[in-house]
Design a protein around this ligand. Structure first.
Ligand SMILES: Cc1ncc(COP(=O)(O)O)c(C=O)c1O
Length: 320
């Protein structure tokens, strides 16, 4: 495996960072997890934009521009000869002293790892997940906005530990007001009477890129979408529930806190959205290899081009 560190492609054995890096010492840094499908990187521009937004919020100056970052990321994938897989893009505060002072870290470090990842078994993707609500609350906006994808994931890890202790696959995290925020590394959706609901980012979730893609797909399929605060009650009485994330992709939830969701099986609307998601991931994205043919935009509605009555919501401009 070849790993990119600060402009150099290194063999895995030589890919090392300093023990004084504040990414390690304090979780001081930001990151992205990005998937590639069928020779194309899915929603690359959105991931790069979110990385720079996260960095801006924590006053971290990324030493390369977006164009160079994109080129380095694509070069790392090519060096590992991957067409399908997962890229971890990390920017740490860099090397400093043993105090937390970020001003004593003169240069941020960029690390790019291109590999593969599979979070759940094929069986779980078919059957759906059993999850719990955990006692660990999603950290407040006032502490650190959960929309910042920072290297400090202890809040989420504490929740994941609770899930494991309860023999559940995932943990539903509430915010301090008791509204649903998200799961430990996924956004949450429910479906009630044909309408798709998800919490707003202000409830304490990451502005998930998979979430944005699913909202766009729902609009294109003519499925009504409501972004609003949700409670555990709303989840218990939902007809369907599913999670989205770059790692997990789209996976049904069939049981929450020992209550079956709907009929306890992955639902029809979830299946339609999953189908739309698969079509989108396999036909769009930034080509990794130059000879890759131009992507064919999917017609998710199943209608003739131009006859769809519902416009696609651009994620970047989306009010959600
Ligand atoms: C806390 C958290 N929420 C949600 C998500 C899903 O976001 P995305 O779809 O951009 O991967 C992730 C994963 O990246 C995450 O870490």
């Amino acid at each position: 495996m070849k790993i990119h560190i600060d402009g150099q492609l290194l063999d895995e054995a030589d890919a090392k960072i300093s023990v004084f890096d504040h990414g390690l010492l304090y979780g001081d840094g930001v990151f992205e997890g990005i998937r590639m499908y069928n020779g194309r990187v899915f929603k690359l521009e959105e991931h790069i934009d979110r990385l720079y937004d996260s960095a801006r919020v924590i006053c971290l100056e990324i030493p390369v521009g977006k164009e160079q970052m994109t080129a380095d990321l694509l070069a790392t994938i090519r060096a590992n000869n991957l067409r399908d897989g997962y890229v971890r893009l990390v920017v740490t505060r860099g090397v400093g002293d043993l105090g937390i002072n970020p001003r004593l870290c003169p240069k941020a470090s960029v690390i790019i790892i291109a590999a593969t990842i599979k979070l759940y078994s094929d069986e779980l993707y078919k059957k759906g997940l059993d999850i719990i609500t955990c006692a660990t609350r999603r950290m407040s906006q006032a502490a650190l906005p959960p929309a910042v994808k920072s290297l400090n994931y202890l809040n989420n890890i504490m929740a994941k530990i609770e899930a494991h202790q309860a023999n559940a696959a995932e943990a539903l995290m509430l915010n301090e007001q008791g509204y649903i925020a998200e799961c430990t590394a996924d956004n949450v959706f429910i479906i009630k009477r044909g309408t798709l609901f998800t919490p707003p980012v202000s409830a304490g979730s990451l502005r998930g890129i998979t979430r944005g893609a699913v909202l766009d797909i729902a609009v294109e399929l003519g499925i009504p979408v409501v972004v609003t605060e949700l409670t555990r009650y709303d989840v218990f009485v939902a007809d369907e529930c599913f999670l989205t994330g770059t790692g997990a992709e789209l996976i049904a939830v069939v049981n929450v806190d020992s209550r079956p969701i709907g009929d306890g099986k992955p639902g029809q609307v979830t299946a339609r959205l999953l189908d739309g998601f698969r079509r989108l991931t396999s036909t769009t994205g930034t080509p990794i290899f130059e000879q890759e043919a131009a992507p064919v935009p999917p017609n998710l509605s199943g209608l003739e081009e131009g006859t769809s009555a519902v416009g696609l919501v651009e994620t970047a401009a989306s009010p959600y």
